[in-house]
Write a protein that binds this ligand. Structure first.
Ligand code: CA
Ligand code: CA
Length: 244
C-alpha cells in the first residue's frame, strides 16, 4: 500500500498537534510576578456581561460608565461587553421603559407599555430581588389614559457612586419571563440563573435606578485586582515612545 506521506512528516504533524494541545491547556492567568509588581491584564482576565432592557439602560460599575444600550426603543436588543472586574463590585443601572415624559405612554400616546431588565456576568453575577430599585418616573397615574398624569423625582446626585447610600431604597421585584415577554435576542444569549427585575409596577414605573454590590465573585474564582494599574509599574518594560 502506498504511503500517504513520509514518516518524518507524520512525526512533525504529531509534534505540532502535541504542541497545540499543550499551549491550549496552559493556564492563561499566571500568578502575580514577585516583588509586588502587577502583571498586565489580558483579555482572559475579563468577564463577559450580557444585558437586556425593555427598553434601554446605562450601566455603571464601581462609579464608571461601562455600557450604554445602543438601541433606545425597538427592536429589543442584548448588549454584550467585556468587563475587567474588581471586587467589591458596585453595579448601578438606570433603566428606562420607552415613555412620553408628559404622559408615560408610548406609540403616540396609545399604549401604556411595560418594561423589564435582566443582566448576567461571566463571574456568575445575576439580577435578582437582592438588588435595590428606585422608581423616578411613574405614569400614567392610576392607568388613566384619557387624562394622563405623571409623577417624577429628580435623579439623586451621585446615584451611581460606590459610596451612595441606597439603604432607603426598596428591593427590586422579580418578574417572570412570561410577564416581561422578551424578544428573540434575549433567547440567543445566556441569562440562565438571572431574574427579570423592575420596581413595584412594571407597567407604570418608567425610569428605574438599580444598585447592587457584589462582595466577591459568585463563581469563587480568585481574580487579580487591576484597580490601580495606572499607579504602578506593571511587569515588563513600558513601550518606548514613538520618535517624531
Ligand atoms: Ca434597547
Ligand atoms: Ca417597553
Amino acid at each position: 500500500m502506498k504511503k500517504l506521506f513520509p514518516a518524518s512528516a507524520a512525526a512533525a504533524a504529531a509534534f505540532l498537534i502535541c504542541a497545540w494541545v499543550v499551549s491550549a491547556q496552559a493556564p492563561k492567568n499566571g500568578p502575580q510576578p514577585p516583588s509586588g509588581r502587577i502583571r498586565k491584564p489580558q483579555m482572559s482576565d475579563t468577564i463577559k456581561a450580557s444585558i437586556y432592557a425593555d427598553n434601554n439602560f446605562m450601566l455603571y460599575i464601581n462609579g464608571e460608565l461601562v455600557a450604554v444600550d445602543s438601541i433606545s426603543f425597538i427592536p429589543h436588543n442584548v448588549i454584550s461587553v467585556d468587563l475587567l472586574p474588581a471586587y467589591p463590585m458596585t453595579i448601578a443601572v438606570m433603566a428606562k421603559d420607552n415613555a412620553d415624559p408628559k404622559t408615560g405612554m408610548e406609540y403616540a400616546n396609545t399604549n401604556i407599555g411595560d418594561a423589564g431588565f435582566i443582566l448576567k456576568f461571566g463571574d456568575g453575577t445575576v439580577t435578582s430581588s437582592a438588588w435595590k430599585a428606585k422608581s423616578l418616573f411613574h405614569g400614567p397615574v392610576d392607568r388613566d389614559t384619557k387624562n394622563p398624569r405623571v409623577t417624577t423625582e429628580p435623579v439623586p446626585e451621585n446615584w451611581f457612586a460606590v459610596g451612595f447610600d441606597d439603604s432607603t431604597w426598596k428591593n427590586a421585584k422579580e418578574y417572570t419571563e412570561e410577564e416581561v415577554d422578551p424578544k428573540q435576542p434575549y433567547f440567543d444569549a445566556d441569562f440562565s440563573g438571572a431574574k427579570f427585575i423592575w420596581s413595584e409596577d412594571i407597567a407604570l414605573d418608567n425610569t428605574v435606578l438599580f444598585r447592587h454590590v457584589v462582595a466577591a465573585p459568585p463563581d469563587g474564582v480568585q481574580r487579580p485586582d487591576f484597580t490601580n494599574l495606572n499607579n504602578v509599574v506593571p511587569d515588563g518594560p513600558p513601550k518606548k515612545a514613538k520618535k517624531r
